[in-house]
Design a protein around this ligand. Structure first.
Ligand code: AMP
Ligand code: MG
Length: 328
């Protein structure tokens, strides 16, 4: 049985009790729900890998408060890294940093850790209450879609033995964090996410574009989130030609998905029996917020999803990245 805790009354002491019994707890963050455990409790961390069926060579993102002394957890910061933290924490930016006092089980024995400070009151209260960083990968079984509500976590991990979820409503961003590594003062985007390149550039940071294309071309699971990831349970096809998309034909029960109405104004699938969903008129933030929940709904309602790709601009890049990985 999974308890779904409302964040009221003595919820915080209940969460701490689960941690003290080495049980991970799913917590809301602004990106997606995380499966959290204190880095000081290796048995609880090991259970994260079990629950998610995640290979132990795939490291976990570690979460802390911005107002904590980060030098308890990292060896050093460059000037660019400090400025990124100052500007974007708390928020959906994860940084690859040289670790200190962080157990190897969290980082798959790497000397680097991916750290971030989440912007979510519930998660922050748990951090303040327990006083130790929390490892928290997305609260889904490996390769499945990240959950943006407590119910989706329960559907996925409840039967696998997850003991508790704190229900903090829907995640406001709806996409995972952007993972950045700073090399020679330039930013390598290891995983596109809820913080767009454009926002980073606007804040005065330089992105290493040559590195990005290298990552896109690479295959295998060595880079963060580069595996077949984020896939719904029904096949998903991504199309980039609106005409081919509208005329896509299959005998299966289909969902036609348009990310933005402005991607192909007025265009509707020819197949009138199919379901048809537009995530947003012209707002990528709204589209990102709706994306995973829409795909999860589709898993139970249709046999195949046919998506029209959006433009590779702003959050559109992260959305297209998730679609590409889900593409069967
Ligand atoms: P998730 O755990 O689902 O939020 O995804 C986190 C991503 O960050 C995974 O793809 C990890 O492989 C990646 N990651 C976490 N920690 C490290 C690390 N120390 N070095 C490289 N990649 C990491
Ligand atoms: Mg994940």
């Amino acid at each position: 049985m999974t308890s779904i805790l409302k964040p009221e009354g003595d919820w915080l002491s209940k969460v701490e009790e689960f941690f003290n019994n080495d049980e991970p707890v799913a917590l809301p963050t602004e990106t997606v729900y995380g499966l959290a455990a204190p880095i000081s409790r290796p048995k609880a961390i090991a259970k994260i890998f079990d629950l998610k069926n995640r290979p132990t060579f795939n490291p976990l993102i570690v979460h802390l408060k911005k107002d904590w002394d980060i030098f308890n957890w990292v060896e050093k910061l460059t000037d660019v890294e400090s400025r990124l933290i100052e500007k974007f924490w708390p928020g959906p930016l994860s940084l690859v940093l040289p670790k200190k006092n962080i157990p190897d089980i969290c980082t798959a024995s790497s000397k680097l850790v991916v750290l971030r400070a989440p912007k979510n009151k519930i998660f922050e209260q748990v951090l303040d209450g327990y006083g130790v960083p929390l490892a928290a990968p997305s609260a889904n079984t490996s390769t499945r879609l990240s959950p943006t509500t407590a119910i989706r976590v329960q559907e996925d991990l409840g039967e696998r033995g997850l003991k508790a979820i704190v229900d903090g409503g829907r995640s406001s961003e709806g996409l995972e964090s952007t993972i950045v590594q700073v090399v020679n003062e330039k930013l390598r985007i290891l995983r596109e996410g809820a913080l767009s390149d454009e926002e980073l550039v606007l804040a005065g940071f330089e992105i290493d574009k040559s590195y990005q294309s290298q990552v896109a071309a690479a295959s295998g699971d060595v880079m963060p989130g580069q595996g077949k990831h984020y896939a719904p349970l029904v096949p998903l096809v991504v199309m980039d030609d609106p005409q081919k998309w509208v005329s896509y034909h299959s005998n299966k029960k289909l969902l036609f998905l348009k990310i933005l109405e402005s991607d192909a104004p007025g265009l509707k699938p020819f197949n009138q029996k199919a379901q048809f969903v537009v995530l947003s008129q012209n707002d990528l933030k709204e589209a990102a917020f709706e994306l995973f929940e829409t795909l999860r709904l589709a898993e139970t309602e249709v046999e195949q999803i046919v998506v029209l790709k959006t433009k590779d601009i702003g959050l559109g890049r992260a959305i297209n990245d998730r679609l590409r990985r889900a593409n069967g």
